[in-house]
Design a protein around this ligand. Structure first.
Ligand SMILES: Nc1ncnc2c1ncn2[C@@H]1O[C@H](COP(=O)(O)OP(=O)(O)O)[C@@H](O)[C@H]1O
Ligand SMILES: [Mg+2]
Length: 247
């Protein structure tokens, strides 16, 4: 029977082949953009009680780059040695982080929430990049039930005591309600929008939906910007643009 008291992460075997798969090649540039985003997010969350900062990464629709941004932000937070960082997969509909990280998806969050596994079995430490990760876990037919429950809420509270930063990957808010059901229990939402694909009405609707759910909007990441195109330049206001070229 799983115990739920002390949150104790397991260590990955350093000899295992559970290596981070880099989803891009231009690492230096990506790192710089996400360091910038990290600093801005950090300034947007003001906490005086000393607990960790938790926020969701979300967008209106799928494939706008939520998981990509969540992973790269976790890396950026992890690049500061003293940070204790958790990357939490809460897209239980189309989980991707385990693939990007090349780790098993289960056991994970749903297994902990259904009391099948203890914390040390679902939380892994990526020593190379200094962040912990909790994957989605065994697929469940009713993800929103898991994420809207008291047990998940109390897990979030415990995590804020244990980690300095909790980066939460979520499903699209215009497609499922999951992220809206718990965003109010985090410090806010970072919205991802994809250059050339996301539309203004959808972005507005995304902001409205999150605002109704009592979310603090921390900022918008403008993902996949082609800076070589005319018209793109500096000055997105509260946005961070980048594009990763294939080679
Ligand atoms: N800036 C980017 N440059 C290159 N590929 C990207 C970028 N952002 C996202 N992708 C790719 O687009 C696809 C969808 O991104 P993902 O983060 O999984 O979307 P979401 O989580 O919003 O559904 C993935 O293959 C991802 O690697
Ligand atoms: Mg995703």
């Amino acid at each position: 029977m799983a115990k739920r008291n002390r949150l104790q992460p397991r260590r990955l075997d350093p000899k295992s082949d559970q290596k981070i798969e880099h989803v891009n090649k231009n690492k230096e540039q990506v790192r710089e953009y996400f360091n910038n985003a990290r600093i801005n997010i950090d300034y947007s969350i003001i906490k005086e009680d000393g607990s960790g900062k938790s926020f969701i990464i979300t967008s209106g629709l799928q494939a706008e780059g939520k998981s990509f941004c969540a992973l790269n932000l976790a890396r950026s937070y992890g690049s500061i040695t003293e940070n204790k960082v958790l990357l939490l997969e809460c897209d239980l509909h189309a989980p991707k982080l385990h693939r990007y990280l090349n780790v098993p998806s289960k056991p994970g969050l749903t297994d902990f929430l259904s009391n099948k596994n203890n914390f040390s079995e679902i939380c892994s430490y990526n020593r190379e990049e200094n962040f912990h990760v909790i994957t989605s876990g065994t697929r469940v037919p009713n993800p929103s039930v898991f994420l809207s429950g008291k047990f998940f809420r109390s897990l979030l509270e415990k995590l804020e005591k244990q980690f300095n930063y909790i980066v939460i990957d979520t499903p699209p808010v215009l497609q499922v309600t999951d992220a809206c059901s718990f965003v109010a229990y985090t410090d806010g939402a970072v919205i991802v929008t994809r250059a050339g694909e996301s539309t203004k009405p959808n972005l507005k609707l995304t902001i409205d939906t999150l605002t109704k759910a009592q979310a603090t909007i921390l900022g918008v990441i403008l993902n996949d910007v082609d800076f070589t195109k005319k018209g793109y330049g500096y000055g997105y206001g509260y946005g961070y643009g980048y594009r990763i070229d294939e080679d």
